[in-house]
Design a binder for this molecule. Structure first.
Ligand SMILES: *Cc1c(COP(=O)(O)O)cnc(C)c1O
Length: 375
């Protein structure tokens, strides 16, 4: 089956007892045992397994071409589980432009607990090769990156990690398995914030780790999930799984709209630079063409000015909401530097856009209105 069909078929229906096409939500925390003490339904207690969570995990493993997956209550809980599976003394090489929360997690929660982290520009393969060492247990990549929308080479980075027997993990939140499948390019683990495109409607938080192998590494991550109690509620798992059914349709439109907006912004006199791999002169264009099937729904751009001018633009739009996060139906605009605070690496002139499913002409008119503040 093709990925679009797999995504729809992940509903698993019709339900065995009611023949409902959409799956029921199983809220029960506990499940009946047989006379011999076994669990004929396959479930015992909802922390260790629940039909809605299991359906989501099976679906995510299939979409990412992995063997197994574990679902978490947020993307950060998923990342936490991966890093927690390391041992004190282990070394991590992370992308220097990874999701801001990932950097905070590595710096503030793990460095004090004996996991050493080196941040490196993952577009520079020589720098990555120089950063790995025998103690390196994990390479953490993210492509496209946030907020500079840079593309890094999953295959080459995985090779560097494997050269020192480290595992290669990629945050695939922005691309989704519809556009990019890191496990097929050599990675060992894929992480998702399902809060974004997979849920797709800005109404549920979740995370996931998908593993290429059903191995000891994954067992440890599963242990952090179940024994650590890091589980999504059945309704949340149900919502994210439902989101998968329309993922292909939504991603097609997110990409088309983002392309239209990138071209508009590229030609605007108050915009000095647009970061979008779909633009032919973008540094990530060629690589994205090889490892992605389309260029995604996220872009960022620099305006002619600094913080005040950027905030004037984000305050000047009406249709596009000024809010953090991404991947939902509504377009969102954000000045990342002020969202991240004093330790940000985001330039003051930079504005990030999560391009939604509105008509692109309405979005262009709205951006024209916002940018009018500068002209
Ligand atoms: C949002 C996001 C996360 C964190 O996920 P939460 O669901 O907010 O915990 C991690 N990585 C990327 C790329 C994200 O966009």
């Amino acid at each position: 089956m093709r990925i679009e069909t797999l995504a729809v078929a992940s509903s698993g229906g019709p339900d065995e007892t009611s023949l409902a096409i959409a799956p029921p939500i199983t809220l029960s925390t506990t499940f009946e045992r047989a006379a011999d003490g076994s669990y004929p339904g396959g479930f015992d207690y909802s922390r260790s397994g629940n039909p809605n969570r299991n359906a989501l995990e099976t679906a995510l493993a299939r979409l990412e071409a992995g063997a197994v997956a574990a679902a978490f209550p947020s993307g950060m809980a998923a990342t936490f589980a991966v890093v927690f599976s390391l041992e004190p003394g282990d070394h991590v090489v992370s992308a220097d432009d990874a999701y801001y929360g990932t950097t905070v997690l590595l710096n503030r929660l793990f460095e004090q607990r004996g996991v050493e982290v080196t941040f490196v520009d993952m577009a520079d393969l020589d720098a990555v090769a120089a950063a790995v060492r025998p103690q390196t247990a994990l390479l953490w990549g993210e492509t496209p990156s946030n907020p500079m929308i840079r593309i890094t080479d999953i295959e080459a980075l995985s090779d560097i990690a494997h050269g020192v027997d480290a595992i290669a993990a990629f945050d695939n939140t922005w691309a989704t398995p519809l556009l990019q499948r890191p496990l097929e390019l050599g990675a060992d683990l894929v992480m998702h914030s399902t809060t974004k495109y997979l849920g797709g409607h800005s109404d549920v938080m979740g995370g996931a780790v998908v593993s290429k192998g059903d191995d000891a590494r994954f067992e440890r991550i599963r242990e952090v999930q179940v024994e650590g109690g890091s589980i999504p509620a059945p309704f949340d798992a149900w919502l994210v799984r439902r989101g998968l059914e329309s993922l292909a349709a939504r991603m097609t439109m997110h990409c088309a709209n983002a392309g239209a907006l990138a071209r508009f912004l590229d030609g605007h006199r108050a915009v000095t630079k647009v970061h979008y791999p779909g633009l032919p002169d973008d540094p990530g264009h060629e690589l994205a063409g090889r490892q992605m099937s389309d260029y995604g729904g996220m872009l960022s751009f620099h305006i002619d000015g600094g913080r005040d001018e950027a905030l004037a633009v984000t305050a000047g739009v009406r249709l596009i909401a000024q809010a953090t996060s991404l991947g939902g139906t509504h377009s969102l605009i954000e000045h990342r530097a002020s969202a991240e605070g004093p330790t940000t690496r985001a330039p003051e002139s930079l504005i990030r856009l999560s391009v939604g499913l509105e008509h692109p002409d309405d979005l262009i008119e709205d951006l024209e209105r916002g940018l009018a503040a500068l002209t």
